[in-house]
Design a protein around this ligand. Structure first.
Ligand code: 13P
Length: 369
């Protein structure tokens, strides 16, 4: 991808030449127009739970076979710019022995890797967590770049419990860890995906979700600044703003779109390379509908038109979904080779729906095609 002279100069100044330019280029490629990221970086435990819920044995081989199905889906590169893998998967191969990273590279799909070690209890703050994984991170990143990874991912999860939490301690601890991780990634030549997520569990309303999401993002960008992270070389992955799962009311897609964009405009500097949303447990259709509403109501750098008179956002908005892309494919597959092609079709279908959504062209027609 070509960069403007300004961006190219910035990369040279900060990253000491080639590396800085390469990171900016990678970050832009990750949010290139009309495509998104497919997250298949569930921890082994989470992947096992999802396999079991689809009646599939939770074994190393079934995890490998499932990832094989997803990664080798014909035509995936029409809609997907990058894959987020986990440690187990990045070293695995297809049934015929081709490394997964080679399959992705041959399809022109970037490979990324989840590097956090998960959320652990935050001392002195009952019910709250902090994501860990900084110990030994640099050495792990080197092994992943050696394998061909171009970007990394670290997820911080924040729960809303009424007005009492999240606490400032929880927001600060998670933001600090995200920033330390991001700085190490950039030094090691990987684009960091920064993933602060406000979880959808809870009784909170849309306004409370927006308030907490804004507070979280403010802490994150303050810490990124403190730790010297170059914003042109990061991709933000964050939650869509909507009411909690147990809330008595549901939100209109337009309200979700407006609350999400207002939250981002108030907190995310324009220098960030792009924003890719997580699905957070929304159904596939709902995730596409809300993403579409954002792109109908607002313009983006690659598609500045939006609705008449609409605000043009400074960043590309994209998707980086796990469940909202994968779920139908997993259900159809059910662990059986005979269902493989149909499951891959289901993955293509959801990927295409989200590709249309980030162009503001998603509707019931392509959904039911
Ligand atoms: P979901 O899209 O299922 O929320 O997963 C997001 C994620 O962080 C996986 O990388």
């Amino acid at each position: 991808m070509r960069m403007s002279n300004n961006l190219s100069r910035l990369g040279s100044d900060v990253g000491g030449t080639e590396r800085g330019n390469r990171l900016i280029e990678t970050a832009h490629a990750m949010v290139a127009p009309n495509k998104g990221l497919l997250a298949i970086d569930e921890s082994n435990g989470t992947c096992d739970k999802r396999l079991e819920s689809a009646g599939i044995a939770p074994t190393v081989e079934m995890r490998r076979a499932y990832r094989d199905l997803l990664i080798t889906t014909p035509g995936l590169n029409q809609y997907i710019n990058g894959l987020i893998l986990c440690d187990e998967t990045i070293w695995q191969t297809t049934a015929d022995g081709t490394p997964f990273v080679e399959v992705a590279r041959d399809a022109g799909i970037l490979v990324g890797i989840k590097v956090d070690a998960g959320a652990t209890r935050l001392a002195a703050h009952p019910g709250e967590t902090v994501t860990e994984g900084l110990d030994g991170l640099r050495a792990r990143l080197r092994s992943y770049t050696g394998k061909g990874a171009r970007f990394a991912k670290w997820r911080a999860t924040i729960k809303i419990h009424g007005d009492a939490s999240p606490t400032r301690a929880c927001l600060e601890a998670n933001a600090h860890a995200l920033a330390r991780y991001a700085a190490i990634c950039q030094e090691e030549g990987l684009v960091p995906i920064i993933e602060p997520e406000v979880l959808m569990d809870g009784f909170h309303n849309l306004e409370r979700c927006q308030q907490v999401s804004e507070a979280l993002l403010r802490h994150v960008f303050e810490q990124l600044n403190t730790q010297g992270v170059l914003l042109e070389e990061v991709v933000l992955k964050t939650n869509v703003v909507f009411s909690g799962l147990e809330a008595p009311t549901t939100d209109e897609a337009d309200d979700v779109a407006d609350a999400t964009i207002q939250c981002l405009l108030r907190t995310v500097p324009a220098a960030v390379a792009g924003i890719a949303f997580l699905s957070g447990g929304q159904s596939g259709k709902l995730a596409s509908t809300r993403l579409n509403a954002m792109h109908v109501r607002y313009g983006t750098p690659s598609q500045p038109s939006g609705a008449p008179g609409a605000t043009v956002l400074p960043w590309q908005l994209s998707f980086s979904f796990a469940r909202a892309l994968q779920h139908p494919a997993l259900e159809i597959w059910a662990g059986l080779d005979a269902n493989r092609a149909e499951a891959q079709q289901a993955l293509i279908h959801r990927s295409r729906c989200n590709s249309l959504a980030i162009q503001g062209r998603y509707s019931e027609t392509p959904e039911s095609a």
